[in-house]
Design a protein around this ligand. Sequence first.
Ligand code: MN
Length: 215
Amino acid sequence: MTAYAPLKEYLEKRDFSRTPEPRGSHHWEPEEGPVFVIHEHQASTHHFDFRLQAGDVLKCWAIPKGPSTDPSERRLAVPTEDHPLEYAEFEGVIPEEEYGGGTVLVWDAGPYRSLKTDDEGNVVPVKPQIDAGHLTIWLQGEKLTGGYALTRTSGGDDERWILVKMDDEEADARRNPVSTEPESVLSGRTLREVAKAGEDGEVPGEGTGHEEEGS
Ligand code: MN
């Protein structure tokens, strides 16, 4: 079977007989337009993963300190391989010896829209903005709302970006949701609780909270 080209790197890095992460069926379709998700990931190092739907994949950046709501804070964002759309709802434990081994929690999620328009006033999708190294988007999450800008600061093998909150009515230098709002927006659980459920044998996607009796 030939790997779906945009997900080649994602698929090659993982052994799906061992990791519970989704393979990507390409059938999953978000209900309310393009979505973003921010995973909190306790792997060999603790970090956040910012993922943005662009067409039929999630474009991804690892953000060591996580996002800020303060426009004066610049947060390093290092691109990682494209992920399948289904990953937006992945929460669970990746076995220690596997790629990215550790606990993954859906820290925030929701729809987003592009803030960039061309000279005729047409909205520019995120893909060409990413290619150009600068994108502006409005996030409509549960923890994060408002404009965010991602800017590429170096390319090549050491590609780096910076994530900054735009200075709009949703900016708030006093909030620090990365530390004050640790619970999953998918399940209400903390990283520790997700890890514990993994130790107890939970299979991600089954029994993570939303599909209780009779639904
Ligand atoms: Mn990660």
